[in-house]
Design a protein around this ligand. Structure first.
Ligand SMILES: [Zn+2]
Length: 510
């Protein structure tokens, strides 16, 4: 096939107008195939794909050309759940460091959650503050979610028009005062407001189950079980405090209101409890437009292995036991699984807020600070959130290797979970998530054989604190291309750039 057999012909194909990436293996149209991908450096779009490795000599002299064989060309990863925290909590994370960590791991698009920055993204004015803070600092493309909080229903349609990729609300304390949880009455208003808008409404689905109204005299007189079940630095105590019934209760509540907006896509962020899967399956079978995502950590970490005080593992909902992890994996392979996407939920904080004991990597020196509390390892007082943006591809690959899953099929699955379906979830399916003519030339070059240890030099997010630190991961994003430009190469670093290449994705959804 000629290099320009598909797509728009190149204007004379002059060397500066295109860049060419080739490999003996690429994921194209849900298949592994040899490929040569031509990207316009003017538009950043893929202009042609040939399903063979064409030699450089087929292109005009001087055309930038890289044959990455036998590494695999994947669409750039779309991480649809990250917290970048800027402005307001930039010491936790920021656009520059968060997106650089993304680019390091083959992620070319991140979508920023509406909370933890100050202000939260709950009004158009607040969104504008975020946009201003992000200008010129992004290594990859960045989209924004809007936030749902009590009383902001009137702000939602304007946020849709301003280009938010969806909305998120909490059904339990979010951990920050400026982003309160919503009640069923609030959700009702939101569903009525957004019923026919081109958007997705997502929930942090944990909720404290209500006490039954009438259960007999004895139980009515007793106090709720507020006592922790064990020491505060034991992971099991924390896990006991957030049982799977928190998730199932919240999801049932959402599903009970779904009829108010039958056309509105609903989405459960960071699903952890396998007990919630049957009710989501049921709802989908009845035509409710609901999907779920899970996270790299729920698929790779297990409660049994979390050591005393190692609060790097604290997140909400919690990492559950190995059997639960296996159950999530099983669901991923079911026909029409309710789990459509896998994301990082990268949610960092400063090391002070993690309260790590001194023997855990990333902990602070309590002697220097004079505060023993800093090293308490208290799972309840520590900030909940796991840092992993940019590590996801390697985490998933390592885990699928451990599970001895078929490698070729896994490459296709990862593209579906982390590229195609995440792009679809946030309304970017026309430009992101697939190697296809007309799409953005976003490419992750993946070496499935290489291994690396997660050291601070592999964690480019601001605070080098992650439960993956010290682990050896298999599979490396050896290069990351964003709209036809090389933004990162593992062997050459980020190079000297006047400004990062990332753009802000603010086109309203259709
Ligand atoms: Zn989150």
């Amino acid at each position: 096939m000629a290099p320009h057999a598909t797509g728009t012909p190149e204007p004379n194909g002059t060397s500066q107008e295109i860049t060419v990436l080739a490999s003996s293996r690429a994921v194209i149209n849900n298949r592994l195939t040899p490929a040569t991908i031509t990207i316009s450096t003017t538009t950043g779009k893929i202009t042609s794909i040939s399903e063979s490795v064409l030699p450089a000599s087929q292109f005009p002299p001087g055309t930038p050309y890289t044959d990455y064989s036998p590494a695999v060309l994947l669409p750039g990863i779309v991480d649809a759940h990250v917290h970048l925290n800027e402005p307001g909590r930039t010491e936790w994370e920021g656009f520059y460091t968060g997106t650089q960590a993304a680019a390091f791991g083959g992620v070319t698009t991140v979508v920023d959650m509406p909370l933890n920055a100050i202000p939260p993204t709950t009004t158009v004015a607040n969104l504008k503050e975020k946009i201003a803070a992000a200008q010129g600092k992004c290594w990859v493309d960045v989209g924004f979610y809007g936030g749902i909080i009590p009383g902001n229903a009137a702000d939602l349609k304007p946020l849709v028009k301003a280009g938010v990729r969806g909305f998120k609300g909490f059904m339990i304390d979010s951990g920050v005062d400026e982003f309160p949880a919503v009640s069923s009455q609030d959700i009702t208003k939101v569903f009525e407001e957004l019923a026919d808008e081109p958007t997705t409404v997502m929930f942090h689905a944990e909720m404290i189950p209500p006490v039954t109204a009438s259960v007999g005299d004895d139980v009515q007189a007793s106090q709720p079980p507020l006592e922790p079940s064990g020491p505060l630095d034991a992971y099991q105590t924390f896990l006991d405090s957030r049982p799977s019934s928190f998730e199932t209760c919240a999801i049932l509540e959402i599903l009970s209101l779904a009829h108010l907006a039958p056309n509105l896509p609903l989405h459960i962020v960071h699903l952890s409890a396998v007990e919630a899967i049957p009710m989501l399956r049921d709802a989908r079978a009845k035509g409710v437009k609901v999907t779920a995502e899970t996270c790299f950590h729920y698929l790779s970490l297990a409660a049994e292995s979390i050591k005393k005080g190692d609060t790097r593992h604290k997140c909400c909902p919690p990492i559950r036991d190995q059997a639960n992890q296996n159950g999530l994996w099983d669901e991923m392979y079911e026909a029409d699984s309710v789990i459509k996407t896998v994301v990082s939920d990268h949610s960092p904080c400063t090391p002070e807020l993690k309260l790590l004991p001194s023997h855990v990597p990333g902990s602070l020196d309590s002697k220097a600070s004079g505060s023993a509390e800093l090293n308490s390892g208290d799972f309840f007082s520590a900030w909940g959130g796991i840092s992993s943006v940019g590590l996801g591809l390697s985490i998933l690959w390592t885990e699928t290797c451990r599970r001895q899953l078929d490698e070729n099929q896994t490459l296709l699955d990862i593209v579906r979970w982390c590229c195609e379906n995440t792009a679809l979830q946030v309304g970017l399916e026309d430009s992101k998530g697939a190697l296809k003519v007309g799409m953005d030339g976003d490419v992750a070059v993946f070496d499935p054989e290489a291994e690396f240890e997660v050291e601070p030099s592999a964690m480019l997010f601001r605070n080098k604190c992650s439960p993956y630190q010290g682990k050896v991961l298999k599979g490396i994003a050896k290069a990351t291309w964003l709209r036809g430009r090389l933004v990162h190469a593992r062997d050459a670093g980020f190079g000297e750039k006047a400004a990062p290449e990332g753009g802000l994705l603010l086109e309203p959804r259709r």
